[in-house]
Write a protein that binds this ligand. Structure first.
Ligand SMILES: O=P(O)(O)OC[C@H]1O[C@H](OP(=O)(O)OP(=O)(O)O)[C@H](O)[C@@H]1O
Ligand SMILES: NC(=O)CC[C@H](N)C(=O)O
Ligand code: SF4
Ligand SMILES: [Mg+2]
Length: 458
């Protein structure tokens, strides 16, 4: 996979079946991370943890869920950004420390992990994993603070980069988001139950109503017992920079992210793409699944009919045994297959959300031509991806991003498309309702501009 996803977090409080609901929440967030999954629950007697490498459905059995009792839980699906795909770095992390049992899970990536880690190790701390997220727990435990809440604030003040966090203790469920709000975190309810999730599609599954986002820089404390939900903003205020790529690619189209419909945003990207890069053609074909919404927008705007000229096999996992005999482009073919009957003799507009390395796109263009298409015009629903992400997305290094070393003309030649058009940054801002008071003000666009809101130390 050229682009790997990130992580999903889900947490719930005052729910009799907290761990089962969290399991379902994670099931809905599976697309955000497939390396490991875990849940920590609390029943008033203590915290209980189960985590392992693998998909949510494989990590949790009935018996595993039965061993996670209580009316509060947090859970995580992981794609590593720091520490690699190792069992010890699965979330949630759980410690028995100065504030009793404290469990934490994290979506995002710290940009000063190495500095913090080195300092903690010099102070005598021992780590159980290479994870950046475990550093946060160590900071909480070692904070000069009398209460857990103040210790969390102290840790968050030292952390730099991206964090949407859920913390479960014997007394509270705490949600927090870094001051730039790089990664999403939604809040919802059903009756007395409060829940948090990376995306609202998880709320739909467990029957929760989305209320609002945890704001950038906000910390929300849900007491486990009686008591009101509390909100505070303990971190220095900065211009929020939520990740625009959530809307382009990562999030599910049925989710609201930052309170906006992902489907609507993607469709708008497709519409503007059609306005800026029109072409005479017979058929608009999406690269499934992530290109579908933008392709619909392109078709609506251009009036060129839309059809599923490429079909995706939904049962392809992350790895498969390759045939011994070399089959050309096997990696792409096992996942995507053209519908020859639709493509033969047609001038095709192929719409995808993004080009990363360019290798998939090249093979898809080839595949569509081999299926008989007369012309292939590629349209990409975001600007050229020229910079890597340090805030929780595992993008390839800059030198592997094709747009960082090739011009538009060269990329067109490389992927062997007849024409190629990208959405430009201004249009992307328009689709996101970013009025661009300052250029690129309301979201993080660093993978297109290199303007990193937080300098990556590591
Ligand atoms: O330029 P490349 O490096 O070849 O990669 C670009 C592709 O990568 C992503 O999809 P991906 O194959 O990761 O999976 P998806 O099915 O989730 O869209 C993206 O949606 C493009 O289709
Ligand atoms: N993608 C993520 O959000 C990863 C969280 C954390 N940095 C880890 O590697 O475990
Ligand atoms: S660099 Fe790109 S992927 Fe990373 S947070 Fe910013 S917009 Fe999102
Ligand atoms: Mg794709």
């Amino acid at each position: 996979m050229p682009f790997r996803d990130e992580c999903g977090v889900f947490g719930i409080c005052h729910q009799a079946e907290a761990s089962r609901q969290t399991y379902l929440g994670l099931y809905a967030l599976q697309h955000r991370g497939q390396e490991a999954a875990g849940i920590c629950s609390g029943d008033g007697q203590g915290l209980h943890l189960h985590k392992a490498q693998g998909y949510v459905a494989d990590v949790f059995t009935e018996a595993a869920l039965d061993a996670l009792p209580g009316d509060a839980a947090i859970g995580h699906t992981r794609y590593s950004t720091t520490g690699g795909n190792v069992a010890s770095a699965a979330h949630p992390f759980l410690i028995h420390g100065r504030f009793g049992q404290v469990s934490l899970c994290h979506n995002g990536n710290l940009t000063n992990t190495e500095v913090l880690r080195a300092k903690l190790i010099a102070d005598g701390h021992t780590f159980t994993s290479p994870s950046d997220s475990e550093v946060l727990l160590a900071l909480i435990n070692r904070a000069q603070a009398d209460t857990l809440e103040d210790a969390v604030v102290s840790a968050l003040r030292q952390a730099e980069g991206a964090f949407s966090l859920l913390i479960l203790t014997e007394d509270a469920l705490i949600a927090a988001r870094d001051p730039h709000g790089f990664r999403p975190l939604a809040m919802g309810h059903a009756g007395d139950t409060t829940a948090f999730s990376s995306e609202t599609c998880a709320f739909d599954l467990v029957g929760m109503t989305y209320d609002r986002d945890v704001e950038p820089g906000e910390m929300v404390v849900v007491p486990r017992g009686q008591g009101q939900i509390r909100s505070r903003f303990p971190l220095p205020r900065v211009q929020a920079k939520p990740c625009v790529f959530e809307h382009i690619y990562f999030a599910r189209p049925d989710s609201l992210v930052y309170g906006r419909s992902v489907m609507v945003a993607r469709r708008e990207m497709g519409r503007l793409l059609a306005l800026r890069h029109p072409v005479e053609a017979d058929l608009v074909v999406p690269v499934p699944d992530s290109g579908v919404s933008a392709a619909l927008g392109y078709s609506e705007q251009s009036g060129i009919p839309f059809d599923f000229g490429i079909i995706r096999n939904h049962y392809v996992g992350r790895t498969f045994i390759e045939p011994k005999q070399n089959i050309r482009s096997f990696g792409v073919k096992v996942k995507l297959n053209p519908v020859r009957h639709l493509l033969a003799g047609k001038r095709v507009v192929l719409v995808d959300d993004s080009i990363v390395r360019g290798t998939t796109s090249k093979k898809i263009v080839q595949m569509v031509r081999e299926a008989g298409a007369k012309e292939v015009h590629m349209r990409i629903a975001c600007p050229p991806t020229t910079h890597s992400c340090f805030y929780g997305i595992d993008t390839p290094k800059r030198q592997h991003l094709i747009a960082s070393y090739m011009s538009l003309k060269e990329i067109t030649g490389f992927v062997e498309a007849d024409t190629l058009g990208y959405l430009d940054l201004k249009d992307l801002e328009t689709c996101m309702g970013d009025d661009g008071a300052e250029a690129g003000s309301g979201f993080c666009y660093a993978c297109f501009t290199g303007n990193y809101p937080v300098a990556p130390h590591d």
